[in-house]
Ligand binder design. Structure first.
Ligand SMILES: [Zn+2]
Ligand SMILES: [Zn+2]
Length: 252
């Protein structure tokens, strides 16, 4: 937010200089003891988010959820026109990696060695140094280019579930409720608060759980809920409860 072409509040307030912009949803994973930093999704806000995460050094690894533009196009900054990184490990599912290998301009990142693709298998944990584990879970989503995953992130002391995009919790082969009793933090799809947020467009073509539906599923569960990935149309972006904000940190 601001959303291109939007003339309503809060986008208009940003354009008028009355409030700060909000960045695209992105998660960093930091091991301060070992000096390692990973990024989950590379967004159009990659330059500022990399600066916040590492001060500007390339991340030690990137984990991608899917190939919708808010989630991977920040990879462009790793290429020849910008950082020209050396073999940054990029973890994606088979379809995600094939999409990057087989389509320009992303294929040049792979062919020139700016990134090194690493395979993610659904439900198979990647063990990171220092006792961190990250496990991709397939989720139902509009899969035009690739499949879509969320991530279970486990540290020595706590666990988090990160699902920025999912069509509907009912369409998932797992129970959000059960997971909410197994993890400590839920960082989940808060795209829309209500069905009337896309005037002139058919919102059923952009399926997401409404925030109220997600809250209903999670009643009396253990995990602390944070909504992320809010659309500019969502009033919770301005004053909502349980909304993830830039700079928040969670101990694992
Ligand atoms: Zn998506
Ligand atoms: Zn998305």
């Amino acid at each position: 937010m601001p959303h291109p072409g939007c003339t309503k509040s809060p986008c208009a307030d940003v354009y008028a200089g009355r409030r700060p912009a909000e960045k695209v949803s992105c998660l960093g994973l930091i091991n301060r003891d070992l000096g390692l930093a990973y990024m989950i999704d590379t967004t159009p806000d990659f330059p500022a988010q990399l600066r916040a995460l590492t001060g500007g050094a390339p991340p030690d690894g990137i984990f991608l959820t899917h190939a919708h533009i808010g989630h991977y196009t920040g990879l462009m900054y790793l290429g020849k026109e910008a950082m020209a990184t050396k073999g940054v490990p990029v973890y994606g599912t088979e379809r995600m990696n094939a999409f990057l290998k087989d389509n320009g301009p992303w294929n040049l990142l792979v062919e020139n060695g700016y990134v090194a693709l690493r395979a993610l298998e659904p439900d198979v944990a990647i063990e990171l140094p220092g006792g961190l584990r990250i496990t991709p879970m397939l989720v139902p989503h509009r899969d035009e280019f690739t499949d879509t995953v969320g991530f279970l992130i486990e540290g020595p002391r706590a666990k988090a579930l990160f699902i920025p995009d999912i069509d509907k919790w009912e369409k998932w082969n797992r129970s959000l409720r059960e997971l909410a009793n197994e993890v400590d933090y839920l960082l989940v799809d808060g795209t829309f608060a209500s069905m009337d947020e896309l005037p002139g467009r058919d919102i059923s073509q952009v399926p997401h759980p409404l925030m109220s539906e997600t809250r209903a599923f999670l009643e009396d569960t253990r995990a602390k809920l944070w909504f992320i990935h809010l659309n500019h149309s969502n009033p919770a972006l301005v004053d909502g409860k349980d909304v993830g904000r830039e700079g928040m940190a969670f101990g694992l």
